[in-house]
Design a protein around this ligand. Structure first.
Ligand code: SAM
Length: 277
């Protein structure tokens, strides 16, 4: 039996290290190792990759990633109580797990990672969207990661993969799908977690495209989508009035009917408008 399979069940790890879940840290643990293995498999072939994991907690997903053959896992955990439990996993997989104690919002893991890098995480919900937006808006594209496999509240996951024409479609969908392929690969009921959260969750898998789908300046595209979706019920000629005095002409140049509302316009249209501006 591999040393990783000989580690005690997660319930025992939690009891031994007194890891009662803390709400302030978004701690909803997955204790079923079959489930963490499924999440790790959803990330694709890990054998030739470094994996960045945020918020390993007691290490259920970390164990899944290592068991699926990840070359090297770099895990950032803010709760110092979890570090001894993670050290036991590192000892079972010599040289394959580096644990960084600290806040993922301020710690730079790049010096510890060798490309290609996949990011896999059961994210704390309070920092999940912020980290996703950061990973999707690096100074240069392609980014340092090749794929993101991330747990979100189901409603947030649906906003990431949304297509035009519905309420879920907005800035997050455009940001995610402009330069990445995004799909939901797993949905989980609250009972999959200990303690169960109030809502269902879903795992989103995003693969970085080598280049954006349509050319546009990222800053201009962000300004256009912010203005359009901040007043999503208005027609674009009204919601975008502040962007240019001749906004109706710019919309026409981009091939967009100025009477349309933001949620009706596909990513290609927003990129054309960003270019026209
Ligand atoms: N990955 C574990 C699992 O699947 O069971 C735990 C997931 S739990 C939803 C989120 C984890 O992120 C917790 O262990 C929490 O302590 C950690 N965490 C919360 N905020 C963090 C931050 N800013 N940086 C790093 N880790 C954080």
């Amino acid at each position: 039996m591999a040393a990783i399979d000989a580690l005690p069940p997660l319930r025992e790890v939690i009891a031994a290290h007194d890891l009662g879940a803390r709400k302030a840290l978004g701690q909803n643990f997955i204790l079923d190792l079959n489930l963490t293995a499924r999440i790790a498999r959803a990330a694709g072939d890990l054998t030739a990759c470094d994996v960045l994991e945020i918020g390993p907690g007691p290490g259920g997903l970390t164990r899944g990633l290592l068991a699926e053959g990840a070359r090297h896992v770099v895990a950032i955990e803010k709760d110092p109580r979890c570090l001894p439990a993670l050290a036991e996993i590192a000892a079972a997989c010599p040289g394959r797990l580096t644990v960084l104690g600290g806040d993922a919002l301020t710690l730079d893991p790049l010096p510890h990672l060798t490309p290609p890098v996949r990011i896999v995480a059961n994210l704390p919900y309070n920092v999940g969207t912020e980290l996703l937006v950061r990973w999707l808006t690096p100074p240069v594209w392609p980014p340092f990661w090749t794929s993101l496999t991330l747990m979100f509240q189901r409603e947030v996951a649906e906003r990431i993969v949304a297509r035009p024409g519905g309420k879920a479609y907005g800035r997050l969908a455009i940001l995610a799908q402009w330069r990445a392929e995004a799909k939901i690969v797993l949905t989980l009921p609250p009972e999959a977690f200990t303690p169960p959260p109030k809502v269902s969750s879903a795992v989103v898998h995003l693969t970085a495209l080598p280049a954006p789908r349509f050319p546009a300046d990222p800053a201009v595209l962000a300004r256009v989508t912010a203005a359009a979706f901040n007043q999503r019920r208005k027609m674009l000629r009204a919601s975008l009035r502040g962007l240019a005095p001749d906004i109706e002409d710019r919309l026409a140049e981009a091939g967009i009917d100025p009477r349309q509302r933001a949620e009706e316009v596909p990513i290609e249209g927003f990129c054309a408008l960003a270019r026209a501006l």
